[in-house]
Design a protein around this ligand. Structure first.
Ligand code: UD1
Length: 410
């Protein structure tokens, strides 16, 4: 990849990875044929497909649509070989317990975000009547009949809220999830479940009330656009300049990010077909602090750090969601960035231009941040372990190239 800019043109935004994966897991809740539209063709979706196929689901992809044929009998096992490759595999736990009363799912290990426990998922499901045992690295869950309960989450965990919602829709009676996460992907899952026949109230608020039903029916549903993919392209425009229309993006899902970028000096216009971004001058540094939605998403942070690397002035970045999510900083420093990171904080002092270098991706978003840094760098940047980027992006290089960037996926 070469330093590039300015960027000009349209980029279509694909379906949201973090939504599509949960919709796929939720399809287990109803026997029959569910179709999901606007599903990105990315490695994580392929892993979720492999996982569901191992359970007996037949899956076919036609363009951006996937058809899932869910049988009456399921083999409720999520092996370590797949869970290890994608933590979101844990999303099958709730649906399996609700639909067939047992599940055996490998415990996800740690990852580059630091330790990521699933205690809130398990405690919540226990409150609905599930019991768990552990052997050989797996969790086995049993639930003869889940029964609704009031669950108070210690933190608005996205994954725990989703697993509980997917379990509660088939539980007996009412479940209340207090301090529920409110991310747009959760609203998407709730809308999908409602279309399957679930009864859910308070969607998009921190108090979600679910009245269990006896059975859900398969349906056809369109995934929301990926706000994190959109944010990646916004950061690309931030460092390269130019004018780009993000076709299909949902500005209403990205309000805090839009405010932040405007504060930095980016021009953003909501249009009927999407979000237009324009940058004519070097952007100004701002402070960034991640929070649960509607706060600034932790997934945006690596892109904002990359943008701050070449902004005017210094910005303080604070991570409030995951303990260790600054590993890519060392890679940015290899490219000439001036960053001091300690614990949950990093101070980024903008430089005029980064310097292309061989670097390494440690996770999806860190990899994408290095792509953005590479666009802002003089000379060539080569990113090792770029497969991390493929987990979450459909043709990132192609989309960036189409607006004038110089990026190739070797
Ligand atoms: C999801 C997203 C991820 C995003 C994150 C926060 C997917 C596939 N991934 O991850 O991209 O960065 O939301 O928006 O949708 N925690 C516990 N115990 C639990 C569960 C979570 O302590 O049982 C902690 C986590 O360690 C973390 C915090 O809660 O510190 C938030 O995690 P959570 O919201 O659950 O993130 P994920 O669902 O894993």
């Amino acid at each position: 990849m070469q330093g590039s800019g300015p960027l000009n043109g349209d980029i279509p935004i694909g379906g949201a990875k973090n939504s599509a994966l949960k919709l796929m897991a939720a399809s287990l809740l109803a026997e029959g044929s569910t179709s999901l539209l606007n599903v990105p063709d990315i490695a994580d979706v392929a892993i979720m497909s492999e996982l569901l196929e191992a359970m007996g689901v037949e899956i076919e992809r036609i363009g951006d649509r996937i058809d899932l044929d869910v049988p009456a009998e399921l083999d409720p096992i999520a092996p370590y070989s797949l869970v290890e490759r994608m933590r979101a595999s844990i999303a099958v736990l709730g649906p399996l317990l609700a639909r067939i009363g047992h599940a055996r799912v490998a415990m996800p290990g740690g990852d580059d975000f630091g330790s990521r426990p699933i205690d809130m998922h398990l405690q919540g499901l226990e409150q609905l009547g599930a019991t768990f045992s552990y052997q050989h690295g797996d969790i086995s869950g049993e639930a003869h009949q889940l029964v609704g309960a009031e669950v108070f989450l210690e933190f608005p965990s996205v994954g725990a809220t989703e697993n509980l919602m997917m379990a509660a829709v088939l539980a007996q009676g009412e479940t209340v999830i207090e301090n529920a996460a409110r991310e747009p992907e959760i609203t998407d899952l709730a809308n999908f479940l409602s279309q399957m026949g679930a009864m859910i109230d308070g969607v998009g608020t921190s108090r979600v009330v679910i009245e269990g039903v006896e059975v859900l029916r398969p349906t056809t549903y369109t995934t929301i656009p990926d706000r994190i993919e959109a944010a990646t392209f916004l950061a690309a425009v931030a460092v390269c300049g130019g004018e780009v229309l993000l076709k299909g993006a949902r500005p209403d899902h990205m309000e805090m990010l839009i405010r932040k970028l405007e504060e930095m000096g980016m021009g953003l216009t909501v249009e009927p077909s999407g979000l237009r971004a324009e940058v004519t001058d070097r952007l100004r540094a701002v402070d960034v602090s991640t929070l649960p939605y509607p706060g600034l998403a932790t997934d945006y942070k690596p892109f904002l750090v990359a943008a701050l690397c070449v902004a005017e002035g210094a910005g303080m970045v604070t991570e409030n969601i995951f303990a260790g999510r600054f590993r890519y900083v060392d890679e940015l420093v290899r490219m000439g960035a001036e960053i001091r990171a300690e614990g949950r904080h990093a101070v980024v002092r903008g430089v005029e231009r980064l310097s292309g270098a061989p670097v390494r991706a440690h996770d999806i978003r860190a990899g994408a941040a290095l792509v953005i840094a590479g666009l802002a760098a003089e000379g060539e940047t080569v990113i090792a372990n770029a497969y991390h980027v493929d987990r979450g992006y459909e043709d990132l290089a192609g989309k960036l190239t189409s607006v004038g960037a110089q990026v190739t996926r070797a």
